[in-house]
Design a protein around this ligand. Structure first.
Ligand code: SF4
Length: 363
């Protein structure tokens, strides 16, 4: 970056804090507390997920698990339904493991420093810093995706922000910009988050309203749309799967997936690599070969690949299953919205409810 554009660290922080008090977000439920349990929960939920989506999940989760002890004592199977639909399910498993670690290692009391918090499951350095800044006034810098974008533009930092050298440079900038007074840390941390989320957005940033526009190099040089340097994207792999949708009356057969891996611990229709494997399973489960109706395929994008799956519908005259499997269970389609199922499966089950009106079970 050029020297004439460099703001003094306190100047940057001062302008952001004043702007946040005037124009920033003030009414988010996790802003009204310094309880590290609530702040931690919000930070984990907000990773990869929009505020508007998180609001309902946050309220439901706290109603069911109001304390870290309540979460630690719960079974993971009781936690997953409250996360179903939020995606990135490793977050929920880590959340549960982290609550147990806090109870086991720290007597149910959150550690108060970013370095101790970062040793807990699922808490990275930026999340640790956010909790420490919001709850304990620690002068710890955050560097999530939004803040990387702000700094990369403001200081015209070239290169992929996920690259090690660029990331080190951004961390250094983030630390240099912290306000000198620890008591300003909650306001400053909220301000830099708000700037990235509401003004310095990925597309169509609102520079005229930005409190640091006068020192922003990207704005001065008309390079806002070029920074941060776009990541070179690899071609997204496509995976294929076949799902057995076995219906009887208003019940659907679901299978609990292994605790780790894709959709770990959640319920989905039994999944197969090939139609032949699916038909063999139908015969084994129901005691006879049965026609399966292949429904239109569906797609779901994960971070590193896209899953294309074909639901195969089989309507049973009776629930008599011939092969027992502890992971299999019948669930009511009417209660699809309350099940611990991933978002695309919830959509499928809702569609099946409608389809049931048109499909008559054989007698
Ligand atoms: S002036 Fe524009 S590009 Fe620069 S930090 Fe502000 S919103 Fe981002």
């Amino acid at each position: 970056m050029t020297a004439d554009a460099a703001p003094s660290p306190s100047g940057f922080a001062t302008r952001l804090i004043a702007w946040q008090a005037r124009d920033g977000r003030q009414d988010l439920p996790w802003q009204k507390t310094r309880d590290p349990y609530r702040v931690w929960l919000s930070e984990i939920m907000l990773q990869q997920t929009q505020v508007a989506t998180v609001l309902d999940y946050y309220a439901r989760f706290l109603a069911r698990f109001p304390t870290v002890e309540a979460l630690a004592q719960a079974a993971l199977e009781d936690v997953m339904p409250l996360w179903a639909g939020l995606g990135y399910y490793a977050r929920a498993r880590n959340l549960h493991a982290c609550a147990q670690a806090i109870c086991a290692r720290h007597g149910g009391v959150f550690p108060s420093t970013a370095s101790e918090l970062a040793e807990l499951p699922g808490i990275g350095p930026s999340t640790a810093a956010a909790i420490a800044a919001f709850c304990f006034d620690e002068r710890a810098a955050i560097l999530d995706g939004n803040v990387k974008r702000v700094l990369a533009r403001h200081f015209a930092v070239e290169g992929d922000p996920a690259g090690a050298a660029v990331e080190r440079h951004l961390w250094s900038l983030a630390r240099d910009l912290l306000p000198p007074s620890a008591c300003d840390m909650p306001a400053y941390t909220q301000a830099v988050m708000d700037l990235g989320a509401t003004l310095c957005t990925r597309s169509a940033p609102r520079c005229p309203a930005c409190p640091v526009q006068t020192t922003c190099v990207a704005h001065r040089d008309d390079r806002v749309d070029q920074l941060p340097t776009p990541r070179v994207r690899k071609a997204v792999a496509l995976r294929h799967a076949h799902m057995l949708v076995l219906l009887h009356a208003e019940q659907v057969l679901l299978q609990q997936r292994p605790p780790t891996g894709l959709w770990g611990g959640l319920l989905t229709p039994p999944q197969f690599d090939t139609p032949a494997a699916l038909h063999a399973a139908v015969t084994q489960l129901t005691g006879a070969p049965r026609a399966a109706q292949a429904l239109p395929f569906r797609r779901h994008a994960f971070t590193h690949f896209t899953l294309e799956f074909v639901p195969h519908l089989v309507v049973l005259p009776a629930t008599a299953l011939h092969a027992g499997d502890a992971a299999l269970c019948w669930r009511s389609l009417a209660h699809a919205d309350e099940l611990a199922v991933p978002a695309p499966i919830r959509t499928l089950l809702r569609d099946l409810r409608d389809l049931r009106a048109q499909v008559a079970a054989p007698r």
